[in-house]
Ligand binder design. Structure first.
Ligand code: SAM
Ligand code: SF4
Length: 321
């Protein structure tokens, strides 16, 4: 079992398979980055899988594939199948913008994917275009329908922003609820790659808007999920991710692997160690040592908004959010 220096069990690995993306979301990657990581620096799916096997053997029980946009990487269903065939009980999930999901959902489901989180910030085509930099909404909504049809469990992520999609908070909640999908509102996290024009919303502001239409109760945190949950009178639950909150890190159980092989103990820290060399030379023990060291050095709390600065230098599209 992997246990960090603050007695937290680390059993969740997020794997970013590419930093590249077909969207240019205002809060994440408004401009195409000046340079991409050269393709030859990326770990192959076989190499990522070698590390994943080590992580599973050490106690990881949940794996989320993310990016950039993970569906841009060819052969993703084979990668999912490799993991599923190694350990079918792994809670295997993916975070995606859903643009390419329509043609791939069935293959991913067949390969062993269980759940997806989809970013839906708006239900208005023109707002989707303003956020993502292109006309994306039709494909996204069709992708979500397809995912539900093939039996994937779907969770919706929405980043509410003033003057952009703040007036759609209850609409996106209703859209999710009608389809049996849970929703999490993610507080916009400042970062130096985002558009300077964004004005995010804090959980208090979101709750004030939701309270105009619904009655709900505060359920607090649930296990190691980063969401603060609320339950409405009809039993529907929604979550808010509040990275600035004091309780956010207490139950953190996750580490992150980038497509280049950087293993990151906390989203908001620059510190990381590479597993790339050890994996490329087939040094399983060496890679396992890096894993244990990264878990050992996992910080107690993120540096979000702290004295050290507002966030890490690393972009969300590199770490996978
Ligand atoms: N491309 C996929 C997607 O958009 O779902 C996966 C990667 S994306 C980096 C993962 C999550 O990070 C998305 O739900 C996105 O909304 C969230 N995200 C990105 N930048 C963010 C920011 N500045 N503040 C809050 N959430 C952010
Ligand atoms: Fe791409 Fe996801 Fe970032 Fe949007 S949030 S630019 S879809 S990686």
């Amino acid at each position: 079992m992997l246990i960090d220096s603050y007695e937290r069990v680390v059993d969740y690995l997020r794997v970013s398979v590419t930093e590249r993306c077909n969207f240019r979301c205002q809060y994440c990657m408004p401009e195409k980055p000046f340079t991409w990581v050269p393709k030859e620096n990326l770990l192959t799916f076989e190499e990522l899988f070698e590390f994943i096997k080590i992580a599973i053997d050490e106690g990881v029980k949940k794996i989320r594939i993310t990016g950039g946009e993970p569906l841009l990487r060819e052969g993703l269903d084979n990668f999912v199948k490799m993991i599923y065939d190694y350990e079918a009980s792994i809670d295997l999930a993916m975070t995606t913008n859903a643009y390419l999901l329509k043609g791939t959902a069935q293959k991913l489901r067949d390969a062993g994917l269980k759940r997806i989180n989809v970013s839906i910030d708006t239900l208005k085509p023109e707002v989707a275009q303003a956020i993502a930099g292109k006309d994306v909404l039709k494909n996204v909504l069709e992708g979500v329908d397809e995912a539900l049809k093939v039996g994937l469990k779907v969770k919706v992520n929405m980043v509410p922003m003033k003057g952009m999609n703040a007036d759609e908070i209850t609409d996106v909640l209703e859209y999710s609820k009608e389809r049996g999908m849970s929703i999490r509102f993610i507080e916009y996290m400042e970062n130096r790659y985002a558009s300077k024009a964004i004005s995010g919303m804090k959980s208090k502001e979101l709750l004030d808007i939701l309270a105009q239409k619904y009655e709900f109760e505060d359920e607090g945190f649930d296990g190691s999920s980063p969401s603060h949950y609320y339950v409405m009178q009809d039993g529907y639950r929604f979550g808010i991710i509040e990275p600035y909150g004091d309780d956010f890190c207490k139950q953190c159980n996750r580490i992150r692997l980038t497509a280049e092989g950087q293993l990151i103990p906390c989203l908001y820290f620059d510190e990381a160690m590479s597993i790339s060399e050890a994996i490329k030379r087939g040094d399983i023990k060496g890679a396992a040592l890096v894993l244990k060291e990264v878990v050992r050095t996992k910080p107690e709390k993120n540096r979000w908004g702290g004295e050290e600065g507002e966030s890490s230098e690393r972009a969300f599209y590199e770490t996978g959010g």
